[in-house]
Structures are given as structure tokens and as C-alpha cells.
Design a protein around this ligand. Structure first.
Ligand code: BMA
Length: 347
């Protein structure tokens, strides 16, 4: 079904992963200090991309992917594309969060009848109670939010799709809120959607979803900003802070030369994430590095995951660059919260 798995059955090391690991701290949390003289609230890993072009035989790109802590290290679900350009999900493993071993075969789901038309991309992964849940954009008569769960990243069980087509960027919160599972999503169309606002929905059981509410709209023209005027979508799993849920998201401007995807942040009320308390009125990271401006789709910074070390506040954000490779950027959670509060326009 997928050319990715045509030639091999063994796991393989994603080639070229980070030669530069000078800043990695001994507990193997992926981290580098902010470069001297750099005042930005978010800074790039110096060995980006951590998963470069052509990382595996018959895979020309791994990007927009999700990672979590697992055991003594990390596990993840990765978006791969080979010569068919048909996106599928592969599991992967890492000891340090930077050098990844990606399974050569796509994930096979139980409780699911494989369908060669069902594409899968832009996964997010979160641990809630005893399970790791995976949400992604699944093609099922159009893009919608698909769900699965796993305990070991080897056996994955499909759950029903959460929503009707068309929807993208399904992002679960890491715990129940008011006793309900909660998910952000972005209703869309069947193409390269030229619009999109973030909504929140709830479920008692990860199967039945409802109570859909608007969280925040695209826009910004009326308040003097354009970087998120065309569409927005939630990125990594929201992070719980004393000020609220820190939601990193992507914002898009449509230019005469196509979409430009940047990274921003918002803070949502802890007990009611449909309430936006703060929202950055400037982007945190925008395509500037060569691997972000050049690739299969130029000018894309697309965050899908973050690893958080609560004691130090270190945050490693994983993002797809130019729909071609996987990158990391760093920040400190309390600095990012303060920046978001100090540079906020809620509209
Ligand atoms: C979105 C999704 C993402 C992609 C982005 C930029 O609509 O398809 O997977 O990174 O466009 O091409």
C-alpha cells in the first residue's frame, strides 16, 4: 500500500540526526541555551534539522510530527512521505529526543479495516491517564480528526473519528477538564483551506464529541497585525501553567507567493479553555532559516509537539519545516508566558 514499506522491514536510524549536541544536558532532555546576544523568546536548535531530507530509504521527508516522554527516553508518531507523496504515520524512538529511530513500516491499527485511500498526517500525541492518545488529520472522504490509543507505541487501537469532515489540527488537552476529555480543532475545507478558526469540543469517553465552542478567530487586520490573518491552528499539546493553558499555535498569512506559516502562543482559562486570556500579537518564530524557507512547501514553520521539563521550565518545541524536515526550537515556559502577557491582543 505504501512505498515507504516496500523495501525493508527493520527499524532504521533517521540519517543525519544532529551532529551538534553540544548543549544537551546530562538527563538527556533536548536542550541548548539561548545563544549569546540573542534576545528572542524562542531560539532554534543549532543542529536543525534533527531529521533532514531523505532520512530513510524511500522516505523523502518526515515533518509535522509528535513526540512524548516514554520510559527512560522518548517515543513519537511521525508523518512520513515517500515517492507516492501519500502521507502515513510511523512510530519512532529516541534516547535523547534529538536522534530518532523511525520504524520503516507504517503503524498498523487494530479495530480498523485498512483503506488505501485513508491518508494520515500532522499527528499529535498525549498521555492521558493510562493511555497515549494519537490524534491526526485522517482522510476519510475528506480530512477529519482521527484518533487511536496505545500503551507501548507498538500496538495501536483505532477509535472512531472524532468529527465529521472537514477538520484539521485536532489537539487533545493532557487531562480531563471538568471530568471531560477536551480537544481543540480547526474546521476546514477539502483543500488548502484559505480560512480557519480554533474550536474546542468535549467528550465523556473519547468517542462522543460535542459542546463545540469557538476559542479564537483568525484575523488581526483590525488590530494592526497580519501574520495570523488567513488561518490559525493549534500545535503542541497545551501546557498547564499557573496563568492558564499555554497553547502554541500556527498562524498563516496569504501572500502573493503563497501561505507563510509562523508560530504564536495564547493562554486559555484553566477551567474553560474556550476563554482566551492572552494571545501574542506578533509571531514567535517565522520562516527565516534556509530549511524553513526552502523545501517542498517553502516558508512553513508548523509546530506539533513540545517536551516540557517542569522543574526548570525548559521547553523543546518540535516543528515541521517547509513540509520537508523536522526541527526543534527552545524556550522557557515562564518567559514565554510573560512574553505572551506583555505582547497580547485578544480579538
Ligand atoms: C496544511 C497542512 C500541513 C502543512 C501546511 C503547509 O494545510 O497540510 O500539513 O504543513 O498546510 O503546507
Amino acid at each position: 500500500m505504501n512505498p515507504v514499506d516496500a523495501n525493508s522491514s527493520d527499524s532504521q536510524i533517521a540519517r543525519g540526526a544532529t551532529a551538534d549536541r553540544g548543549g544537551v544536558v546530562p538527563d538527556a532532555f533536548p536542550w541548548q541555551e539561548r545563544p549569546a546576544g540573542d534576545k528572542a523568546v524562542v531560539w532554534r536548535h543549532s543542529g536543525n534539522p534533527i531529521i533532514p531530507r531523505n532520512p530513510l530509504p524511500d522516505v523523502h521527508g518526515i515533518y509535522n510530527s509528535a513526540v512524548v516522554r516514554f520510559g527512560d527516553g522518548y517515543a513519537g508518531v511521525f508523518r512520513t512521505e515517500g515517492p507516492s507523496r501519500f502521507p502515513l504515520l510511523h512510530a519512532g524512538w529516541s534516547e535523547d529526543g534529538l536522534e530518532w529511530q523511525i520504524e520503516a513500516r507504517p503503524i498498523e491499527f487494530s479495530n480498523y479495516r485498512p483503506d488505501p485511500s485513508h491518508y494520515a498526517y500532522d499527528p499529535r500525541v498525549v498521555r492521558i491517564e493510562d493511555w497515549f492518545y494519537v490524534s491526526w488529520c485522517g482522510g476519510d472522504n475528506g480530512p477529519t480528526i482521527s484518533l487511536a490509543r496505545t500503551k507501548d507505541f507498538r500496538a495501536f487501537e483505532r477509535l472512531p473519528n472524532a468529527f465529521l469532515p472537514f477538520n484539521r489540527n485536532g489537539v487533545l488537552f493532557p487531562r480531563r477538564i471538568n471530568d471531560k476529555f477536551v480537544m481543540l480543532s480547526r474546521p476546514s475545507d477539502d483543500g488548502h483551506t484559505p480560512f480557519g478558526d480554533i474550536y474546542v469540543s468535549e467528550s465523556p469517553d473519547m468517542v462522543h464529541w460535542g459542546m463545540h465552542r469557538l476559542v479564537m478567530r483568525r484575523g488581526g487586520d483590525q488590530v494592526g497585525q497580519w501574520w495570523q490573518r488567513t488561518k490559525i491552528g493549534a500545535g503542541p499539546i497545551p501546557i498547564e501553567t499557573p496563568d492558564g493553558w499555554l497553547m502554541i499555535y500556527h498562524g498563516v498569512i496569504d501572500t502573493c507567493n503563497g501561505f507563510v506559516y509562523s508560530m504564536g502562543a495564547a493562554i486559555l482559562a484553566i477551567d474553560d479553555p474556550s476563554k482566551v486570556l492572552y494571545r501574542t500579537n506578533r509571531h514567535l518564530l517565522t520562516p527565516e532559516a534556509p530549511y524553513e524557507t526552502t523545501g517542498h512547501v517553502p516558508n512553513v514553520v508548523f509546530p506539533c509537539a513540545a517536551l516540557h521539563e517542569p522543574t526548570s521550565g525548559k521547553l523543546a518545541v518540535y516543528y515541521g519545516a517547509a513540509d520537508t524536515c523536522t526541527c526543534v526550537a527552545y524556550c522557557n515556559v515562564s518567559e514565554l508566558v510573560e512574553f505572551t502577557k506583555a505582547n497580547s491582543t485578544v480579538f
